[in-house]
Design a protein around this ligand. Structure first.
Ligand SMILES: [Zn+2]
Length: 278
């Protein structure tokens, strides 16, 4: 079975319908729907009906959804911020569950909103407690909707909870059907971490991937094609095999590197994945 997928974020220049068409033409059988303009509006009954109609009319399966990040974060430090985040994230949990997605990707931390607290020596502990409270608050909606949320490692240097090891300690007490991890390999590269170690640390709680590479010719920017080969992709593939990973292989390559079109990038990544996963 072809278990490759791609973010719709590589086609934010067009509607969700057109983005799914483009991913299908590139050969992707599944997509991660990016819950941002112009692909997804605010969650609710009307948006659910619209998305359901689009997905039913397309051969590309909506496999996963990526909730909006920024201020909607699990590590919301005070009660009103957390209430607002949990309310917003609950909307995406319900939406993704009603659409039959297997996972909803959530950002556990936010750089802009947490940076003002970076000098607080108690910040790591406060963030861990905030994530736990948010997860506790989200659990009823997660269990009712049948979707698993996956926490993503983010590339924010100097903030806690950006490694798989730290994220595992936070999610381990929760049931694996409800809470897991998604590894973003471009973010691993930006933090100069060892991807093999990170994959092993995520272990059996890993349910998703964000596959992209950094471009050393573009200042180390991420979300470039894995064909750039900064990572040792063979070692990474072996590490995934070592933990028995069975989740989707999701491209998050969105940045153009060598004058290609977005369509050409999608095709290039799809062809590379076929070779990499052979
Ligand atoms: Zn990502």
């Amino acid at each position: 079975m072809d278990n490759t997928s791609s973010t719709t974020g590589s086609f934010r220049d067009r509607s969700l319908e057109a983005a799914l068409d483009a991913l299908g033409e590139a050969g992707f059988p599944q997509a991660e729907i990016l819950a941002l303009d112009p692909h997804v509006g605010p969650p609710g009954e009307q948006e659910l009906g619209r998305l359901r109609g689009i997905l039913e009319a397309h051969s590309v399966r909506g496999r996963t959804m990526h909730a909006t990040g920024a201020r909607n974060t699990l590590a919301a430090l005070d009660a009103s911020w957390r209430k607002q985040s949990v309310e917003a994230l609950t909307g995406y949990v319900r939406l993704a569950g009603a659409l039959g997605m297997t996972e909803l990707v959530i950002h556990p931390i936010s750089d802009r909103d947490l940076a003002p607290y970076a000098d607080d020596p108690e910040l790591p502990q406060k963030m861990r407690e905030a994530v736990k409270r948010s997860l506790d608050d989200l659990m009823p909606a997660i269990e009712a909707s049948g979707v698993r949320i996956t926490l993503e490692n983010l590339p924010y240097l100097g903030l806690p909870l950006n490694t798989m090891r730290e994220l595992r300690t936070v999610i381990d007490p929760y049931p694996c059907e409800a809470v897991g991890l998604v590894i973003d390999l471009g973010h691993v590269a930006r933090l100069d971490l060892d991807p093999v170690d990170e994959i092993r640390a995520a272990g059996e709680r890993l349910y998703g991937t964000h596959i992209h590479d950094i471009n050393v010719n573009a200042g180390g920017a991420d979300h470039h094609s894995p064909t750039l080969g900064y990572h040792d992709w063979d070692a990474i593939r072996q590490a995934f095999a070592g933990i028995g990973y069975t989740g989707p292989w999701t491209s998050e390559a969105m940045q153009l590197s060598h004058g290609e079109s977005p369509e050409e990038l999608a095709r290039e990544v799809k062809d590379w994945m076929t070779f990499w996963l052979r």
